[in-house]
Design a protein. Structure first.
Length: 315
């Protein structure tokens, strides 16, 4: 299992206000004992080869791999022109993933926003069609498209179309490819959606290709029953706050045992830093301990089900 980090706390500064650059983040991350950095589409202020190659050179000089690129395509937008633009933008991110991460690296895909007036079947059809249209490029460049159980991108107006488990599972079932498509599992997003994160993993573990790790804790005197009675699809519940991984609501021992039993020994990317780099460091420390305890200290990248699918596809 290899560990990467994602700068949740600095994302707005990098991607929205641009008061911090991707190069600033790479330098900041040098203080963390991790194997790689998960990057975000909004970090690429330009998508020229020159800009991307400078990022790649900086990553290499800092000793980081780039295993995962986080993109937020809106494939459920009601305007056909916008949907086409989203597909084109996602294709750019797939090319950047290949350029920086090489064969086997992953690019996140989503369904899109839950736009008012878009019916379930229509949204599923649009999202599945968009993902299918990108698979030939993913195969050509040997990039894996990773569908995340997602909540809401910071620049979005509406939550994820496929946030609810039944919708997510329906979309997942429509994409047969297992060599260049799979699931990016995010346990905290399952909690935000009102699900048990470990039980959600049980349903998708055979298709998990990457994982994001974070944690949430209950505020004040709030209980799990209080949380379940709230509707996470309307936004982050005020009963939840971001915290150090392993100290919140996710049952990480069960999650890690499930992953290990399924033959998952891949990348886990820490989505943290909302409350500062010290919490990020403690989350990294937790993952190092988990690697020793649940993965026998393995630092390889091998996802058994994904590897079998790639062999079957002749990759």
């Amino acid at each position: 299992m290899k560990i990467s980090v994602f700068p949740k706390g600095d994302l707005e500064a990098i991607a929205v206000h641009r008061t911090m650059s991707v190069h600033d983040w790479i330098e900041k991350a040098r203080a963390l004992p991790v194997d790689g950095l998960e990057l975000y589409s909004g970090m690429f202020w330009q998508t020229t080869d020159d800009f991307v190659d400078r990022v790649g050179e900086h990553l290499a000089s800092a000793g980081f791999a780039m295993p995962m690129l986080c993109a937020s395509p809106d494939f459920t937008h009601p305007d056909a022109g916008r949907r086409a633009e989203e597909v084109d933008a996602e294709a750019d991110m797939i090319r950047i993933t290949a350029r920086l991460g090489g064969a086997g690296a992953s690019t996140r895909v989503l369904s899109g926003q839950r736009h008012p007036g878009v019916a379930r079947e229509q949204g599923l059809e649009w999202a599945a069609s968009a993902i299918e249209s990108l698979l030939p490029l993913a195969r050509e460049l040997d990039v894996t498209l990773a569908l995340e159980n997602h909540y809401k991108d910071g620049t979005w107006e509406y939550p994820e179309f496929a946030q609810r488990t039944d919708v997510f599972m329906d979309l997942l079932a429509r994409i047969d490819d297992r060599a260049h498509f799979g699931v990016q599992y995010d346990p905290s997003n399952a909690i935000v959606a009102g699900d048990d994160s470990a039980e959600f993993l049980d349903r998708v573990v055979d298709r998990v290709v990457t994982m994001q790790a974070s944690d949430r804790r209950l505020t004040g005197d709030a209980s799990l029953d209080d949380l379940r009675s709230s509707d996470g699809t309307l936004g982050y519940s005020p009963l939840l706050e971001h915290g150090i991984i392993g100290r919140g609501l996710n049952d990480y021992p069960r999650i890690f045992r499930t992953l290990r039993a399924a033959g998952y020994d891949g990348w886990i990317s820490i989505e943290d830093g909302v409350n500062g780099m010290e919490e990020m460091r403690l989350s990294v420390e937790f993952l190092h301990e988990a690697r020793q305890k649940y993965f026998d200290g393995s630092t390889r990248v091998h996802v058994a089900a994904h590897a079998a699918a790639r062999r079957a596809a002749g990759v």
